[in-house]
Design a protein around this ligand. Structure first.
Ligand SMILES: C[S@@+](CC[C@H](N)C(=O)[O-])C[C@H]1O[C@@H](n2cnc3c(N)ncnc32)[C@H](O)[C@@H]1O
Length: 215
Protein backbone atom coordinates (compact mmCIF):
# COMPACT_ATOMS: atom_id res chain seq x y z
CA UNK A 1 0.00 0.00 0.00
CA UNK A 2 1.39 3.42 -1.00
CA UNK A 3 1.29 6.39 1.35
CA UNK A 4 0.01 9.74 0.12
CA UNK A 5 0.03 13.34 1.43
CA UNK A 6 -2.59 13.80 4.14
CA UNK A 7 -3.02 10.08 4.79
CA UNK A 8 -1.53 8.39 7.84
CA UNK A 9 -1.15 4.83 8.97
CA UNK A 10 -1.90 4.26 12.64
CA UNK A 11 -1.61 0.76 14.11
CA UNK A 12 -1.82 -0.59 10.53
CA UNK A 13 -5.02 1.35 9.75
CA UNK A 14 -5.62 4.35 7.50
CA UNK A 15 -6.40 7.69 9.13
CA UNK A 16 -6.73 11.38 8.35
CA UNK A 17 -5.79 14.31 10.60
CA UNK A 18 -9.07 15.56 12.10
CA UNK A 19 -9.65 19.14 10.92
CA UNK A 20 -12.47 19.47 13.49
CA UNK A 21 -10.95 18.04 16.71
CA UNK A 22 -13.36 16.14 18.95
CA UNK A 23 -15.94 15.75 16.17
CA UNK A 24 -16.85 12.37 14.62
CA UNK A 25 -18.81 12.16 11.35
CA UNK A 26 -19.86 8.50 11.48
CA UNK A 27 -18.82 6.02 14.14
CA UNK A 28 -15.11 6.33 13.29
CA UNK A 29 -12.53 6.01 16.05
CA UNK A 30 -10.54 9.05 17.10
CA UNK A 31 -6.89 8.40 17.92
CA UNK A 32 -4.60 10.81 19.78
CA UNK A 33 -0.91 10.68 18.93
CA UNK A 34 1.88 13.20 19.58
CA UNK A 35 -0.63 15.93 20.46
CA UNK A 36 -2.68 15.48 17.28
CA UNK A 37 -6.07 13.89 16.69
CA UNK A 38 -6.66 11.45 13.84
CA UNK A 39 -9.84 9.85 12.47
CA UNK A 40 -9.53 6.21 11.45
CA UNK A 41 -10.77 5.79 7.87
CA UNK A 42 -12.93 2.67 7.58
CA UNK A 43 -12.57 0.86 4.19
CA UNK A 44 -15.94 -0.84 4.72
CA UNK A 45 -17.61 2.59 4.96
CA UNK A 46 -15.60 4.53 2.40
CA UNK A 47 -14.69 3.31 -1.09
CA UNK A 48 -11.75 5.70 -1.37
CA UNK A 49 -10.19 4.19 1.74
CA UNK A 50 -10.82 0.70 0.26
CA UNK A 51 -9.16 1.75 -3.02
CA UNK A 52 -6.02 2.96 -1.20
CA UNK A 53 -5.77 -0.34 0.67
CA UNK A 54 -6.34 -2.22 -2.60
CA UNK A 55 -3.32 -0.53 -4.24
CA UNK A 56 -4.27 2.89 -5.59
CA UNK A 57 -1.14 4.17 -7.35
CA UNK A 58 -1.82 7.86 -8.00
CA UNK A 59 -3.53 10.14 -5.53
CA UNK A 60 -4.69 13.46 -7.00
CA UNK A 61 -5.63 15.25 -3.76
CA UNK A 62 -3.32 17.92 -2.32
CA UNK A 63 -3.77 20.14 0.75
CA UNK A 64 -5.10 23.01 -1.41
CA UNK A 65 -7.18 21.00 -3.92
CA UNK A 66 -10.70 22.13 -4.77
CA UNK A 67 -12.93 19.09 -5.18
CA UNK A 68 -16.36 18.64 -6.73
CA UNK A 69 -17.88 15.69 -4.88
CA UNK A 70 -20.94 14.25 -6.66
CA UNK A 71 -23.11 12.05 -4.46
CA UNK A 72 -21.88 13.29 -1.07
CA UNK A 73 -24.58 11.49 0.94
CA UNK A 74 -24.08 12.14 4.67
CA UNK A 75 -20.41 13.05 4.19
CA UNK A 76 -18.52 9.93 5.23
CA UNK A 77 -15.91 10.03 2.44
CA UNK A 78 -16.26 13.76 1.71
CA UNK A 79 -15.30 14.57 5.31
CA UNK A 80 -12.05 12.60 5.02
CA UNK A 81 -11.29 14.44 1.77
CA UNK A 82 -11.98 17.67 3.69
CA UNK A 83 -9.30 16.59 6.22
CA UNK A 84 -6.85 15.79 3.40
CA UNK A 85 -7.42 19.14 1.61
CA UNK A 86 -7.67 21.63 4.53
CA UNK A 87 -6.74 24.60 2.32
CA UNK A 88 -9.13 23.62 -0.48
CA UNK A 89 -12.91 23.55 -0.81
CA UNK A 90 -15.03 20.41 -1.13
CA UNK A 91 -18.27 21.16 -2.99
CA UNK A 92 -20.70 18.44 -1.88
CA UNK A 93 -23.49 17.83 -4.40
CA UNK A 94 -26.36 15.68 -3.16
CA UNK A 95 -29.92 15.49 -4.50
CA UNK A 96 -31.64 13.68 -1.64
CA UNK A 97 -33.13 16.10 0.90
CA UNK A 98 -32.95 13.41 3.55
CA UNK A 99 -29.18 12.88 3.01
CA UNK A 100 -28.65 16.65 2.85
CA UNK A 101 -30.25 16.97 6.31
CA UNK A 102 -27.65 14.48 7.61
CA UNK A 103 -24.84 16.29 5.77
CA UNK A 104 -25.61 19.74 7.19
CA UNK A 105 -24.25 19.18 10.73
CA UNK A 106 -21.05 17.82 9.15
CA UNK A 107 -20.50 20.91 6.96
CA UNK A 108 -21.13 23.14 10.01
CA UNK A 109 -18.07 21.51 11.63
CA UNK A 110 -15.89 21.00 8.56
CA UNK A 111 -15.78 24.54 7.33
CA UNK A 112 -14.23 23.72 3.94
CA UNK A 113 -17.24 21.58 2.87
CA UNK A 114 -19.87 23.45 0.84
CA UNK A 115 -23.29 21.75 0.57
CA UNK A 116 -25.16 21.94 -2.74
CA UNK A 117 -28.65 20.43 -2.99
CA UNK A 118 -28.81 19.62 -6.72
CA UNK A 119 -28.96 16.89 -9.33
CA UNK A 120 -25.44 16.01 -10.49
CA UNK A 121 -26.87 15.29 -13.94
CA UNK A 122 -27.57 19.04 -14.30
CA UNK A 123 -24.26 20.83 -13.62
CA UNK A 124 -25.58 23.98 -15.29
CA UNK A 125 -27.78 24.47 -12.19
CA UNK A 126 -24.84 24.74 -9.75
CA UNK A 127 -21.91 25.99 -11.87
CA UNK A 128 -22.48 29.55 -10.58
CA UNK A 129 -21.87 28.35 -6.99
CA UNK A 130 -18.55 26.65 -7.69
CA UNK A 131 -15.10 28.21 -8.22
CA UNK A 132 -12.30 26.40 -10.05
CA UNK A 133 -12.16 22.63 -9.61
CA UNK A 134 -9.06 20.41 -9.58
CA UNK A 135 -10.69 17.02 -9.06
CA UNK A 136 -14.15 15.49 -9.50
CA UNK A 137 -14.99 12.58 -7.20
CA UNK A 138 -18.22 10.85 -8.19
CA UNK A 139 -20.16 8.14 -6.37
CA UNK A 140 -23.81 8.51 -7.38
CA UNK A 141 -24.86 4.88 -8.00
CA UNK A 142 -26.97 5.77 -11.05
CA UNK A 143 -27.53 4.08 -14.40
CA UNK A 144 -25.98 7.01 -16.32
CA UNK A 145 -22.82 7.32 -14.17
CA UNK A 146 -20.33 7.81 -17.04
CA UNK A 147 -22.53 10.42 -18.74
CA UNK A 148 -22.86 12.42 -15.50
CA UNK A 149 -19.07 12.50 -15.08
CA UNK A 150 -18.51 13.54 -18.70
CA UNK A 151 -21.08 16.34 -18.41
CA UNK A 152 -19.49 17.71 -15.21
CA UNK A 153 -15.96 17.45 -16.63
CA UNK A 154 -17.00 19.48 -19.63
CA UNK A 155 -18.40 22.21 -17.36
CA UNK A 156 -15.65 22.33 -14.71
CA UNK A 157 -12.49 21.25 -16.62
CA UNK A 158 -10.77 19.44 -13.69
CA UNK A 159 -7.37 17.80 -14.22
CA UNK A 160 -8.36 14.53 -12.51
CA UNK A 161 -11.43 12.49 -11.73
CA UNK A 162 -12.31 9.45 -9.67
CA UNK A 163 -15.41 7.51 -10.54
CA UNK A 164 -17.05 4.77 -8.53
CA UNK A 165 -18.96 2.45 -10.84
CA UNK A 166 -21.64 0.27 -9.32
CA UNK A 167 -22.52 -2.42 -11.83
CA UNK A 168 -25.91 -3.19 -10.30
CA UNK A 169 -27.10 0.40 -10.72
CA UNK A 170 -26.48 0.11 -14.45
CA UNK A 171 -27.69 -3.43 -15.08
CA UNK A 172 -28.65 -5.84 -12.29
CA UNK A 173 -28.71 -8.85 -14.65
CA UNK A 174 -25.56 -8.49 -16.82
CA UNK A 175 -22.24 -9.68 -15.40
CA UNK A 176 -20.39 -6.84 -13.63
CA UNK A 177 -17.38 -7.42 -15.94
CA UNK A 178 -19.45 -6.64 -19.04
CA UNK A 179 -21.05 -3.59 -17.43
CA UNK A 180 -17.65 -2.19 -16.35
CA UNK A 181 -16.19 -2.75 -19.83
CA UNK A 182 -19.02 -0.83 -21.50
CA UNK A 183 -18.69 2.12 -19.07
CA UNK A 184 -14.93 2.23 -19.72
CA UNK A 185 -15.54 2.53 -23.44
CA UNK A 186 -17.68 5.63 -22.79
CA UNK A 187 -14.90 7.23 -20.70
CA UNK A 188 -12.02 6.56 -23.10
CA UNK A 189 -12.78 9.48 -25.41
CA UNK A 190 -12.44 12.10 -22.66
CA UNK A 191 -10.08 10.59 -20.08
CA UNK A 192 -6.87 8.62 -19.75
CA UNK A 193 -7.66 5.65 -17.55
CA UNK A 194 -4.84 5.44 -15.00
CA UNK A 195 -6.12 2.51 -12.96
CA UNK A 196 -9.24 0.49 -12.16
CA UNK A 197 -9.57 -1.09 -8.74
CA UNK A 198 -11.98 -3.85 -7.77
CA UNK A 199 -13.14 -2.92 -4.27
CA UNK A 200 -13.87 -6.43 -3.02
CA UNK A 201 -13.92 -7.56 -0.22
CA UNK A 202 -14.80 -4.10 1.13
CA UNK A 203 -17.55 -3.45 -1.42
CA UNK A 204 -19.23 -5.91 -3.81
CA UNK A 205 -19.89 -5.06 -7.50
CA UNK A 206 -18.03 -1.75 -7.30
CA UNK A 207 -14.88 -0.52 -8.99
CA UNK A 208 -13.02 2.76 -8.56
CA UNK A 209 -11.65 4.23 -11.79
CA UNK A 210 -8.82 6.74 -11.48
CA UNK A 211 -8.83 9.12 -14.44
CA UNK A 212 -6.80 11.94 -15.87
CA UNK A 213 -8.73 14.40 -17.99
CA UNK A 214 -7.39 14.61 -21.53
CA UNK A 215 -6.75 18.21 -22.56
C1 LIG B 1 -23.43 5.42 -2.60
S1 LIG B 1 -24.03 6.91 -1.95
C2 LIG B 1 -22.58 7.89 -1.75
C3 LIG B 1 -21.72 7.53 -0.55
C4 LIG B 1 -20.65 8.57 -0.33
N1 LIG B 1 -19.96 8.84 -1.57
C5 LIG B 1 -19.62 8.17 0.69
O1 LIG B 1 -18.70 7.41 0.38
O2 LIG B 1 -19.70 8.68 1.81
C6 LIG B 1 -24.72 7.67 -3.36
C7 LIG B 1 -25.32 9.04 -3.08
O3 LIG B 1 -25.51 9.70 -4.32
C8 LIG B 1 -26.71 10.42 -4.26
N2 LIG B 1 -27.12 10.64 -5.67
C9 LIG B 1 -27.55 9.71 -6.56
N3 LIG B 1 -27.82 10.28 -7.75
C10 LIG B 1 -27.54 11.60 -7.61
C11 LIG B 1 -27.62 12.71 -8.49
N4 LIG B 1 -28.02 12.56 -9.75
N5 LIG B 1 -27.28 13.92 -8.02
C12 LIG B 1 -26.87 14.09 -6.73
N6 LIG B 1 -26.79 13.08 -5.85
C13 LIG B 1 -27.10 11.84 -6.29
C14 LIG B 1 -27.65 9.53 -3.47
O4 LIG B 1 -28.73 10.27 -2.92
C15 LIG B 1 -26.69 8.98 -2.42
O5 LIG B 1 -26.69 9.77 -1.25
Amino acid sequence: MKTFPGIYRINGKLATLNSSPGYRVYDEKLIYKDGREYRLWDPYRSKLSAAIIKGLEEFPFRENSNVLYLGASSGTTASHIADICPRGLIYCVEFSKRMMRELLPVVMKKRNMIPILADAARPGEYIHRVASIDIIYQDVAQSNQAEILIRNSEKFSPRSAMLIIKSRSINAVKSPKKVFKREMEKLKGKFDILQTIDLRPYDKDHILVNLRVRK
